[in-house]
Ligand binder design. Structure first.
Ligand code: ADP
Length: 424
């Protein structure tokens, strides 16, 4: 293993892992920190997916340090702490406290911080984070239920979360390339700064920053910051040029989609799939009982399970979601559906399901937990940010695609299965 990554949430971890594969590293994502002594997978990069973004600070720090200890024992030469490209955090943390703890453990002294991800319209200019043309605090993120971002000035935001001081490597320097960035970071470190927010508004900047950070023990940022890192390992002769870093073992078996996201994108994808394959709608309002809902769906699926994909969807438009939430309460409604989908997944895997697409971040979390997935080897992307993966830890290995609700084009579901039939 060359690069060890610690991601503060699950879908963010997959996003990062897909970025590393796209740039030539064979990558495995672990669900939670592996146990001490657990053998490292055969991969160039490992991404440990935590759920630490909004956890209490002490817990986030402890889990991140446990991940760090395992990654270092497994041979990681450089550590990347991955957070959201909208810098999701509160004045208490967890970005600053986790970075502080990792840096102290690595005796690194200094780390850059760059959440920019131009492909997703996140850019950093003069230390200010933009989402498209809006400042972070005018982008909607100021109303986030858990991590409201009310200030776009990342130097200020990070300063609040750390006892260290924070400097800036501004666009004028970044535009000059890797050597200028490296010198600016060295100067800030010598001045005693613990962090530097580094501007980036295009991929070329991220690649140059990656080059400049080749010798850093710790790098922090969004998925974008990873794009320049594999080249450092190739330049050092540590990483071969891989023909197909996203190659996965082929697995035959039945195909299905489980959808628990109610996002507009997922609703559109289900509507599109109805034109080509059979779709079963889970009606939780009629039967608010996970065991019965699951049993009915399993009975429907059992006779249809095979090489042609089927879709089982709890997804509903806003008025129906509101009706279920009014009847049960918001949390109970979500938990009921997540439990239902997890039960369905478990039963269908027992009946031969081996190629599964799950739509919805929380829904994916519930399914992965129920199936006992321990790690995901990351394959090729179906649509940006959503790769096929090879899941281990379940009774039999299987192919999983875990889609955050809003991701993917209208034909995502059928495209995903069609891709498996294509030659690499
Ligand atoms: P996304 O990635 O789009 O946010 P998630 O799976 O994370 O999707 O979240 C969707 C939430 O909505 C889940 O908790 C799921 O259980 C819940 N849900 C799904 N269908 C319904 C429904 N018909 N009514 C109410 N809640 C639902």
């Amino acid at each position: 293993m060359l690069l060890g990554c610690i991601a503060d949430d699950f879908t963010g971890a997959t996003d990062l892992a897909a970025m590393l594969v796209a740039n030539g590293m064979r990558t495995v994502q672990c669900i939670g920190a592996p146990r001490p002594g657990q053998v490292a997978p055969d991969a160039d990069a490992v991404v440990v997916a935590l759920k630490s973004r909004t956890a209490p600070v002490a817990q986030a720090v402890a889990e991140s340090l446990a991940a760090l200890t395992w990654l270092r024992a497994a041979g990681a030469r450089q550590i990347l702490f991955k957070y959201c490209s909208t810098f999701d955090s509160t004045p208490e943390g967890n970005i600053g406290p986790v970075a502080d703890a990792l840096l102290a453990a690595l005796e690194g002294g200094f780390a850059l911080a760059c959440p920019a991800f131009p492909a997703n319209a996140r850019s950093v200019y003069q230390g200010h984070l933009f989402v498209g043309s809006a400042l972070l605090n005018e982008s909607g993120m100021e109303n986030h239920p858990l991590t409201p971002m009310k200030d776009a000035n990342l130097v200020r935001v990070l300063s609040q979360q750390t006892e260290g001081t924070v400097g800036l490597v501004a666009h004028a320097v970044v535009a000059q390339g890797a050597e200028a960035i490296r010198k600016a970071m060295t100067a800030l470190k010598e001045q005693g700064r613990r962090y530097a927010i580094v501007d980036a508004v295009e991929d070329a900047h991220l690649r140059a920053i990656g080059t400049a950070a080749a010798g850093h023990a710790l790098i922090t940022g969004g998925s974008g910051i990873a794009m320049g890192l594999p080249e450092n390992f190739r330049a050092a002769g540590l990483l071969p040029r891989r023909e197909d870093p996203g190659a996965l073992p082929d697995i035959e078996g039945a195909c299905a989609v489980l959808a628990g996201s109610c996002s507009r994108a997922t609703l559109g994808q289900i509507g599109f799939a109805r034109q080509g394959v059979e779709v079963y709608d889970v009606d939780a309002l009629a039967t608010p009982d996970a065991a019965r809902l699951a049993a009915d769906a399993i009975a429907w699926a059992e006779t249809r399970l095979g090489a042609t994909p089927i879709v089982i969807a709890a997804s509903a438009p806003p008025d129906k979601v509101a009706a279920l939430q009014a009847a049960l309460g918001r949390e109970a409604a979500g938990a009921l559906i997540e439990d239902t989908m997890a039960r369905i997944a478990e039963a269908l895997v027992a009946r031969g399901l081996r190629r599964l697409v799950v739509a919805g971040g929380e829904t994916s979390g519930a399914v992965v937990a129920r199936l006992g997935v321990a790690s995901l080897r990351i394959g090729r992307e179906i649509d940006p940010g959503v790769p096929w993966t090879y899941a281990e830890g379940t009774g039999a290995p299987m192919l999983l695609a875990l889609k955050s609700g809003n991701f993917g084009g209208r034909n995502f579901f059928l495209k995903a299965f069609a891709m498996l039939e294509e030659a690499p």
